[in-house]
Design a protein around this ligand. Structure first.
Ligand SMILES: [Fe+2]
Length: 371
């Protein structure tokens, strides 16, 4: 009865009823250690009546070794409900473990796309996002790194069955994390809007998300105003709904090497790649895509791409996101590495075909803008 239920900004109380309705006795909880530490007093009363096994010993940016350890613990415990609490990494970790724990195929084959022989998870998954950014609670895919290469595990069975997204879970985010999360949501929504696979539904969520973010991001991140943070919770959820339909495009595709090789958080990495991607795409796009980019400029209240880039950088600075790419140890010699690690799957969603030369232009432009 409570499958596929969603509670946005309705407090945490619905968690009590949700667990009851899943008829649960044993709950496997995948949680970000840091996030759960500050939320313990708010969430633990709901979990107290149950036999709970926590799994929190995993790195940011889910890797296959951590997932395998999680699956072992999960199967030894044999839960009847799974709960994921945290930012994008913890939610993806929860989605991957709950899904992969019940597969007969080798999990490497499933992750690398060599097999689509998916089995349905045995138990339901409730997602509680603790950042307003990734929208991971809404997507049917999860990010997994195998030896620094990013894969996207994708199946309709991965998406959480129920969601509790609430301001009380995100309010205490440190400013830099709030900034990175906001830029992730903003970048995802822009990429979804122009993506090859966009439709009226995805465009609606993408545009609403961009509007909400532009209206609320500064006061939410900088001034911690509750009414604005609430709107960011919604914007993040909409961003997830949008990319669940379209997936992301070139800015995300190029960003993963910054995260795995230079340890730049995901939201910050995509923030570096959105402006140069927008600029080069506009130069080679047909009128239909140019119109979409003009609509994006409109939503930013600017008329030119140069002004868009200026505004984007100002926003980054306001949110404490460093705008000098060289301060992360990158040099111009890393251009080839970034291009060689581009994610081909996400590239195919881009609205225009990008040659290797175009990718070089985007990466060079990124170094120029953020020097
Ligand atoms: Fe993202």
């Amino acid at each position: 009865m409570f499958e596929n239920h969603k509670f946005i900004n309705q407090g945490l109380k619905p968690l009590e009823q949700l667990i009851k309705n899943f008829n649960s006795k044993k709950i496997f909880i995948i949680n970000s250690k840091q996030a759960y530490h500050s939320l313990h007093s708010k969430i633990s009363p709901f979990l107290k009546p149950y036999d709970c096994q926590f799994f929190d010993k995993f790195e940011d940016n889910p890797n296959i070794e951590d997932i395998k350890r999680g699956i072992k613990l999960y199967n030894d415990f044999s839960p009847d409900l799974c709960v994921a609490i945290g930012g994008g990494s913890a939610l993806d970790m929860g989605k991957s473990i709950n899904f992969l724990a019940n597969q007969s195929e080798s999990i490497e084959n499933l992750i690398m796309g060599k097999s689509k022989n998916f089995l349905e998870p045995k138990v339901s998954l409730i997602a509680l996002p603790t950042t307003a950014g990734t929208g991971a609670e809404e997507t049917s895919f999860s990010v997994i790194y195998i030896e620094k290469t990013k894969y996207s595990l994708s199946s309709k069975f991965i998406k959480p069955n129920s969601i509790i997204a609430d301001i009380s879970l995100v309010y205490d985010m440190p400013k830099y994390l709030a900034g990175c999360s906001s830029f992730d949501a903003l970048t995802q929504s822009i990429e979804s809007y122009w993506a090859r696979g966009s439709d009226s539904k995805s465009s609606f969520y993408a545009i609403e998300s961009i509007k909400l973010i532009m209206d609320n991001m500064i006061d939410a991140v900088n001034n911690k105003k509750a009414s604005n943070i609430k709107k960011m919770v919604l914007a993040s959820n909409f961003s997830g709904k949008a990319i669940n339909i379209t997936k992301t495009t070139v800015a995300h595709a190029l960003s993963y090497s910054l995260t795995s090789y230079f340890k730049i958080p995901h939201g910050h990495s995509v923030a570096f790649f959105l402006p140069p991607s927008l600029k080069i795409t506009f130069e080679i796009a047909d009128q239909k895509v140019k119109n979409k980019i003009n609509n994006i400029l409109n939503l930013f209240g600017v008329y030119t791409i140069d002004d868009f880039i200026k505004k984007w950088k100002e926003l980054m600075k306001t949110c404490d996101l460093n705008t000098n790419i060289f301060s992360y140890g990158l040099t111009s010699n890393d251009k080839e590495l970034i291009i060689s690690k581009v994610n081909p799957e996400r590239m195919n969603n881009h609205p225009v075909e990008l040659s290797r030369q175009n990718l070089k232009q985007i990466v060079s432009e990124m170094f120029y803008i953020f020097s």
